[in-house]
Structure formats: structure tokens, C-alpha cells
Design a protein around this ligand. Sequence first.
Ligand code: SF4
Length: 340
Amino acid sequence: MTERPSSPGTVYLRGLNWIGDAVLSLGALQGLKKARPGIHVTVGAPPATAGVYRLSDAVDAVIVPPPLLSGVRFDAAVILPRSFRSAWESVFLSESRIGFASEGRSLLLTDPLDYRRWKERHLHQSTYYETLLQALDPGTRFEPPRFSFSGEDLAQAGQRLRTLVPEGDRVLAVNPGAFYGRAKTWPTHHFVTLLDQLLSEDAGLHALLFSGAADRPLAQEVLRRLPHPRLHSVAGRLSLPESAALLSFCDALVTNDSGMMHLGAAAGIPGVALFGPTDPVATGPVLPEKGQGIRILSVPTACAPCLLRECPIDHRCMERLLPDMVLPEILRLLKEKDSE
Ligand code: SF4
């Protein structure tokens, strides 16, 4: 291991490529900032996740895309991805490079950590980031990730919402997509049934469809099957920070296991996450210190978690999770929000 300064210094963090992973990594960064106040954190982020890092007050600067040579040297570099390329990119940025040993990159790291040992313990993904940043400062403790919105972000989101929903009405955010693959998406007919029941039962409730650009056709399909004056969509139309700020104004979220689930959790709204082929022990949403957070709903299925992108059989893990099982959870969340 290399010697690192014990006083506050500068650290370069090679950011992650997936939105959900990037959000989770913020929790370890928050812990690092608390353990070592005054440390200056620069994140090298791909365009897809730069917006996540810009929403965190644990990050001082974001460079897009991750640089090979920044003209600046850092006291230490922490490489969050496990790819060979991410370690190679960081060689010229610091003499002290921390990362998990994988993909034959140990020689590029000065502090290679044992990935196999971490994996065998079957822990939540948050511990992956905590372990890496504890190698920099052992006092780092993971915290529930949270966004810090600017006044301008919030003003724009509030205005956007008022063009769709009258003041005083409640809003259920709905994410019908999951970028990773169709196996993670709750069937469209279930979303339609759920929203039809909710909007029929509650005349003061609006539903607002969110998604990334790639999943916009799924949102359009829900709208086509359920034309309703209180069902709206911003799917595929907003930047990541705009989506996160708008989510923070919503009363509850129903979502697949996706980046949007982690965005909702960090934006501080309660919700329900529908899990099928993935493993909630490893990638479930992190519950907040206060408030309800996002709860997991799933049905026991012998083949789950398969972690496949496409289901090779009949998608029973999601088909058998019926709208009638989800409806009471949403109603409960909305009722509890009313009583706050
Ligand atoms: S194989 Fe099983 S767990 Fe995987 S997507 Fe299909 S039904 Fe779900």
C-alpha cells in the first residue's frame, strides 16, 4: 500500500456508468466527506451519469468524460468500476490508485482490493463503494444517498408540475421502464390495470410517467392503452437532474428495479419497487434515516434471481405480481403522506 496524506487532500474518483450504481456510490462519498472534512473530491464521469454526481454536495467538481490527463495530479484516485480501462485511464492522475483487483488490472493499482472476497459475502452493493472509500479513510461509513437541488432546479420542476397538475392534487410518479432489459419490467397490462384502478378511486390523484429516452415507447404504450385526463407523461423528455427534481415534488413512486428507483430514493420520495429477476439483497433501494423510503414488492419464484435481461420462459416473476398486490401499498403510502 502507498503512503497517503492523513490530512485533507485531493481525491479523484472514477465514476460509474450506470445511473443506479452512481446514485449508490454517493452514499459512500457522503461518508468520506464526513470522515475527512475538507477533502476535495473530483469525479470523472461518463455523460450518462455526470448529472447524478452534479446533484451531490459530496462532490466538488465533475469532469466529463473521465480524463486520461487532467493537468492536475491528485493525492489519491479511487476507481469505482471494475474494468481494465477505468484503471488504465487513471494511471496518470495519481501515484496512489485504489480499486478492486479484477480483469487483470492489479498491476495498474497501487492498492488492489480482493473482489472475490467481497463478492462471496453476498452483501448489498453499497458495501462495495464503502469498502473502496474505507481504503482511503477507514472512518468512512455509508449513508443513504441524497440529492442537493439548487433553488433553480426546484423552481423549474415546480413550474413544470403546475402545468400538468393543479395545486393541491397528489402525484404518483410511475416508471414503466428498466434500461437493463425487459425481464426487469413489470408487464404493461399490469401498469395499466393498476393506474386505471387508482385514478378511478381517487379523483384528486394524477399519475406522471417517467423514463429515460430508451424506454419512452413503454410509457407511450401505457398512455395509448389508458387515455385518461389525469395520466401524464414526461418520459424521455427530461435531463437526469430535471427528472430527479421533478420526482422530489411527487407524493409516491411505483417503479421497476432501475436507475429511476435509486433516483427516487435519493430525491426523498416514498415508493414501491417491483422486483422480479434481480436480487433485492444486492441492489435494493437504500432506506432513508427518516421517512418511509422505497419498499420492495416481489413474489417468490423458484428461478429468481436469474439476473437475465430477457426472460427465457413465461416471465412469471413479474406476471404473478398482480396489480391487486401493489394497489394497497400505494394507497397506504398516499394516506400516510396525507397525514404528514
Ligand atoms: S427466468 Fe424466472 S426470474 Fe428470470 S425473468 Fe424469467 S420468470 Fe423471472
